[in-house]
Ligand binder design. Structure first.
Ligand SMILES: *[C@@H]1O[C@H](CO)[C@@H](O)[C@H](O)[C@H]1NC(C)=O
Ligand SMILES: *[C@@H]1O[C@H](CO)[C@@H](O)[C@H](O)[C@H]1NC(C)=O
Ligand SMILES: *[C@@H]1O[C@H](CO)[C@@H](O)[C@H](O)[C@H]1NC(C)=O
Ligand SMILES: *[C@@H]1O[C@H](CO)[C@@H](O)[C@H](O)[C@H]1NC(C)=O
Ligand SMILES: *[C@@H]1O[C@H](CO)[C@@H](O)[C@H](O)[C@H]1NC(C)=O
Ligand SMILES: *[C@@H]1O[C@H](CO)[C@@H](O)[C@H](O)[C@H]1NC(C)=O
Ligand SMILES: *[C@@H]1O[C@H](CO)[C@@H](O)[C@H](O)[C@H]1NC(C)=O
Ligand SMILES: *[C@@H]1O[C@H](CO)[C@@H](O)[C@H](O)[C@H]1NC(C)=O
Ligand SMILES: *[C@@H]1O[C@H](CO)[C@@H](O)[C@H](O)[C@H]1NC(C)=O
Length: 831
């Protein structure tokens, strides 16, 4: 197999990639002997990316770059000789004598080099399926150089934008000069860590735009991120000085990436295979996104004209300039703070206070402390150099001691910013409020009796709603003592954002479900029946109704509200709202037309739909949902009841984890907890949990392993009881694994030689997850990288739990809720 010309040989390649074990494909590799010259190209193993020579639009210069093989409108995700173009089409991309990857012109002059410091013998460059071009020596697996470490203007999946705070080394995007000139432009984008990691775009050396600090899930200065729109990102602190940002786009059939364009805007673009790129998000949405648009102590609101205004209690520093629309000089305080004179004990001064501004993009240059909300306020009040503070549950306390710069008022999202003002300024605000209130009262008095009656009727309704919410809160407080009570997050739990949770009224739900008619019943959840419903606007919902008699159900109900109302991820089922009316308590979810995974997997007809790709997608999706629950280090959640019937499938068969009735929230540094009440489902429970009631992330990993094996094998974990040896799924898997009989293990539906390696890998990972000792099991993030990455060497699994003993519930364990057989297993479906 020689080199692939620029012509399309992908059909052949697909064929080859299926049998690459036999042949050992070399079309994705460049060596000193197998170089490419203009206009040849190489293609990654899976046919996704091409590396070769190109000319940008309206240019005759030639460059070496990487682009998507399958998209007709090219988008060059990486360019080698961007500052040093080839002036004719006689270029060569090869490996030089010292082992470097080089671009040579017709005269063999080096135009670009990977610039390794030490020379190596017989190195080769390979274009990986991820789009990463790597240079390897004679030891495979370690990269001497990689294009992901030297990005141009494009951020693609699996790439890491990073900053090493110790060495100052940055991996960042740099814009092109113009659409026809890829040389390094004015703008760059990357991570900067002052006190908190944040994403920045720079124009030369000055800040052009910023994202606000990362709070463990999102950048708090990007309001779109509060929706699931930009989900999939993670910013990781490797604890060795490096912070990196990366994203993954699971379940998305089309490539999507981020490009830093020539004007300094980060654009999210997606492409439908073979068609043009479409911009789906931009970092520059309004003028307000330009750093420091309104100067110090100025706030930008794109909905206002003019967009800039001084913060309350502040006035323009240069009034005329400000009024002309030049806001850069910013605002100054009207009344000096009293802090120092009050602290000195002098007469007359009253203590400063805070004015709360809601839905704000927080200013630049925040300090950080671990104080909780109330303490954060006091710390700021005590310290005369503190001018504002904000508190975010995922970050902690952010005080500011410098000028407040780059503030923005959002119409959704953002956080509360508390700005310090002199007491007299706050007084003025109060006076205004008093005047407004008096006016309203007078107005009310002068309205006639009819309006009075109407008002009373409305007040009644309002009170009813308030009572509902209070009752919910009360129940939640009652439910709380069960959670591990550390100050640190006990406090956090009280901040459940119930205001954000829509309330449905009972009549609405009753009519949507035809009065909870039996024909609409979907199944029975952890604490009550689940009904399908259709709202007046046509939206389909699933309503989970708490059984009136169940006290334990109430606990689980409250637990579910608390846990799931805080979570949002594409692999978790979404809570739309709740309803509390007298005795009735209900949760309303999005409706999942494809019911739960077990309904597909263990059904001889439906399981045909689940080909290997879909199954792998489901495994990965569950993994990602679980990772989301475990990873958020400040709010770690253990699901405790992961099983096939708790995985729901949407229209496209994407998995969503459901049923958080037993989930537990962990404090930041607790790794493991004990419970006297073992809940869960036999067969999915890890030994330490089933026997000793100890649960941790690793007990979820165990359940995930069982689930993974079920998906691959296509049988329920307890379906083996009717076999002669009454063996458990894990025992069966372990036996076949040791006998090297993987084919016998895989479901008939997915026995295709093409996928054998991948399936083998999955089973291997599954067995690692179900190892007896919790410590031996990998974490979910490791599991995901094991499933996806081809280079990682997997350790050999040790014997799984439960393969020697027979599991049977004995008197000691006495689980209050379990089911040995799926005959009694509750079917939670279609929520
Ligand atoms: C590229 O296209 C070929 C067929 O045109 C297809 O078989 C292959 O899977 C595609 N590769 C990717 C990564 O989309
Ligand atoms: C290329 O040149 C044409 C004609 O001058 C112009 O219309 C087009 O926008 C240019 N394309 C790019 C990408 O610069
Ligand atoms: C490689 O090193 C040379 C000389 O130090 C430098 O001019 C060139 O820009 C470097 N190339 C890259 C890609 O860093
Ligand atoms: C790899 O190459 C280095 C020299 O570049 C040599 O010292 C080493 O023994 C080689 N290793 C293998 C496994 O061939
Ligand atoms: C490099 O490759 C050539 C040809 O494949 C081989 O003859 C030579 O021994 C290799 N050198 C080293 C140090 O591995
Ligand atoms: C880049 O910066 C130079 C001055 O540093 C300026 O003249 C030029 O207009 C800038 N280009 C863009 C696209 O902003
Ligand atoms: C970037 O900075 C240069 C000079 O430093 C300036 O001329 C240019 O207008 C700036 N670009 C933007 C988009 O602000
Ligand atoms: C308050 O006291 C400190 C020293 O105790 C002094 O430096 C400062 O000037 C005093 N401030 C006022 C406003 O009196
Ligand atoms: C006030 O805050 C600043 C910045 O956080 C800190 O350096 C200083 O020590 C604090 N002063 C007091 C008295 O706590």
């Amino acid at each position: 197999m020689g080199l692939v010309r620029n012509t399309n040989l992908s059909a052949l390649l697909v064929l080859l990639s299926c049998f690459h074990l036999e042949f050992g494909s070399a079309t994705d590799t460049i060596t000193a002997a197998k170089f490419i010259s203009d206009p040849e190209a190489i293609i990654s193993n899976d046919g996704g990316f091409k590396l070769g020579f190109f000319s940008p639009p309206n240019s005759t210069f030639r460059y070496v770059g990487i682009w998507y093989a399958n998209i007709s409108v090219p988008s060059f995700i990486w360019v080698a000789n961007r500052n040093n173009p080839l002036k004719s089409s006689s270029g060569i991309l090869t490996i030089s004598e010292d082992g470097n990857l080089v671009v040579l012109d017709g005269q063999k002059k080096v135009l670009w080099s990977s610039n390794l410091t030490n020379s190596v013998v017989n190195s080769s460059a390979q274009l990986l399926g991820s789009g990463n071009l790597v240079l390897q020596g004679n030891t495979t697996g370690t990269f001497l150089w990689e294009s992901f470490q030297h990005p141009s203007n494009t951020f693609i999946e699996k790439m890491k934008i990073s900053t090493d705070v110790r060495t100052g080394k940055k991996v960042q995007l740099t814009s092109w000069k113009s659409p026809s000139d890829p040389s390094v432009g004015n703008f760059s984008a990357g991570i900067d860590v002052r006190n908190l990691p944040e994403f920045f775009i720079w124009n030369g050396s000055s800040t052009y735009s910023r994202s606000g600090p990362w709070n463990g899930r999102i950048f708090i200065g990007v309001p779109d991120m509060y929706t699931t729109y930009l989900d999939g990102f993670s910013l990781v602190d490797d604890k060795e000085g490096t912070f990196y940002l990366t994203f993954t786009l699971l379940n998305e059939p089309f490539p999507k990436h981020y490009v830093l364009n020539e004007q300094g805007n980060l654009l999210q673009s997606s492409s439908i295979i073979g068609e043009d790129w479409e911009v789906t998000w931009s970092s520059f949405q309004t003028e307000c996104d330009v750093y420091g648009k309104c100067g110090a102590f100025g706030s930008c609101n794109s909905q206002n004209t003019p967009i800039c205004s001084c913060l309350p209690g502040f006035e323009a520093k240069k009034t005329q300039e400000w009024n002309r629309g030049n806001w850069r000089s910013g605002c100054v305080r009207r009344t000096p703070l009293q802090c120092e004179s009050v602290n000195n004990g002098s007469e007359g001064g009253k203590k400063d206070g805070f004015l709360k501004l809601t839905m704000m993009k927080v200013p630049d240059l925040a300090d950080w402390s671990s104080a909780l909300e109330e303490k954060c306020r006091n710390q700021c009040l005590e310290n005369c150099s503190c001018v504002a503070y904000a508190f975010d549950a995922g970050i902690g306390c952010m005080p500011w001691t410098r000028s407040l710069i780059d503030l923005q008022k959002f119409s959704s999202g953002g956080v509360d910013l508390n700005v310090r003002l002199a007491y007299s300024e706050l007084d003025k605000e109060e006076n205004v409020k008093v005047i407004i209130i008096v006016t309203i009262i007078i107005g009310v008095i002068f309205t006639g009796i009819s309006t009075y009656l109407l008002w009373r009727w409305m007040a009644k309704q309002k009170a009813k709603k308030k009572k509902t919410k209070e009752m919910l809160l009360l129940n939640i407080r009652e439910a709380y003592p069960k959670f591990p009570r550390e100050d640190k997050h006990g406090d956090r739990l009280n901040q459940v954002k119930l205001q954000d949770l829509p309330l449905f009224n009972l009549q609405e739900l009753a009519s949507a479900t035809n009065n909870f008619h039996l024909s609409n019943k979907l199944g029975h959840g952890g604490f009550g029946p689940v009904y399908k419903g259709k709202m007046l606007d046509g939206q389909e919902i699933a309503v989970k109704r708490l059984s009136k008699t169940s006290r334990q159900g109430l606990d689980e109900f409250m637990n579910e509200v608390v846990v799931i109302s805080k979570l949002q991820h594409r692999n978790l089922v979404r809570l739309l709202g709740c309803c509390v009316d007298g005795e009735e308590q209900m949760l309303v979810y999005e409706y999942m037309p494809n019911k739960s995974l077990d309904a597909f997997l263990f059904d001889s007809i439906k399981s045909k739909v689940l080909d290997w790709r879909r199954r792998f997608n489901i495994i990965e999706g569950i993994g990602r949902g679980l990772l989301y629950l475990h990873r958020d280090s400040r709010l770690r959640i253990i699901h405790r009841d992961l099983k096939a019937s708790n995985i729901l499938l949407d229209e496209e068969l994407n998995p969503k984890i459901s049923d958080f009735g037993m989930a537990r929230i962990f404090g930041g540094n607790v790794d493991q907890a004990n419970t006297t009440r073992v809940v869960g489902t036999y067969g999915y429970m890890s030994p330490e949990y089933a026997m000793q009631g100890r649960f941790s992330e690793k007990s979820d990993v165990f359940s995930f392993g069982v689930l993974l094996l079920e998906i691959v094998i296509g049988r329920r974990n307890n379906s083996f009881y009717d076999d002669d040896h009454a063996m458990h799924l894990l025992g069966f898997a372990w036996q076949m694994w040791n006998a090297n009989n993987i084919v016998a293990l895989t479901d008939l539906m997915i026995r295709e030689p093409c996928f054998e390696m991948e399936i083998l890998r999955c089973i291997h990972v599954g067995l690692l997850c179900v190892q007896e000792v919790a410590k031996d099991r990998p974490t979910v993030s490791t599991v995901i990288s094991m499933l996806k990455s081809e280079t990682l060497d997997l350790p050999l699994p040790k014997q799984p739990a439960f393969t020697e003993r027979q599991i049977a519930p004995d008197a000691q364990q006495n689980p209050s809720k379990c089911s040995v057989n799926n005959v009694t297993v509750t079917m939670v479906q279609g929520r």
